[in-house]
Ligand binder design. Sequence first.
Ligand code: MRU
Length: 371
Amino acid sequence: MKKTLTHVVPIRWDDRKSEIVWLDNAQIPWKETYISSRDLDRLIKAIKGLEIRGAPILGEAGAYGTAMIANNSSNSAETILKDVMRLGSRLADARPTAVNLSWGVHRIQDSVRRAVENGEKPVNIKELAISEAKKVQEENVSATHKIGEQGKRLIHDGDVLVTVCNAGTLACDGLGTSTAPMRAAWADGIRFRVLVTYTAPLYQGARLTAWELNKDGIPVNVITDNMAGHLMREEKATAVWAGADRILGNKGAESGTVYNKIGTYGLALMADSLRREGTGVNMYVAAPTSTIDPRSTVQDVKIEQRKPKEVEYLFNGVRIVPEGVGVLNPAFDRTPPNLVSAIVTELGIAKQPYNASIPALLAKEGSMVKL
Ligand code: MRU
């Protein structure tokens, strides 16, 4: 590999200052700027503004943010618990679709509750919250390496892979999720190319995934979103690799439904259509088990609607939509399970029927969520 991304730590806890430090994703690829704060409102603003983004990193931000709430709280165990419950739910609501955010918040809320019930002193409750948040990050990083090992066997010499948005280090820590099998296969000497879709309107594919893969020395072509169908056929794509913001994992027919960046459903439909033509483009989704939501149904999941401005204006501030014309801006879409060839997690690869394979994964030791 060329220069790798091992120097990038997208988020961390600064013990000396008792602050959260994050790499501002909104400024990549122009600048690598680290921002730090101990202020909850600033953290929420960073999450809403996509300085901190991507499902697994939102899990880490939820965990560190809740630990920060505990740390900023008073010296009474009851008040710490009250603050992490009340302010933690504000944090969890900052972005509604990625289940990892509330998962990270709940994990620290549970650890604070246990510590309070065990009669720990306030100073210990705060330390336990911070160390639990660091554990969340370690588990996330380790999961990305395992996803890489699990998924690399699905990548072969000569493959042409298509990806959407950014499910790399910036979004997931470690090796990323959809990028982890690519990186692991590349390190094993497997040679392939990647087509990265722009991912309008915020261009996470062009700005972030292209930046990451280029640093790894993996051949990458950025394409606009509307080129995908044509180029998947012309360039003989072999697989789409996407991350996920939430995967339904109940025992019902919706199990295996994937919520991910807007454009994923379209790619899944194109892959399915090309499979019918006999070209065999697989639709792979890579995610840690913390992204699986065993409780919600399609009716429960809220798709985040973002500000019209993101569609009305280009990144350089030029308005491209005529004044007075309405726009729509859903940030995510829903891909039904029948379009998903496999879901690669740190504990193994789930295949259809997902209402059997996902519960089996969640029953394994080490699963980050339980049915
Ligand atoms: O709006 P974003 O940039 O947070 O969206 C991120 C994605 O949709 C990713 O593909 C997803 O979180 C999966 S892995 C990080």
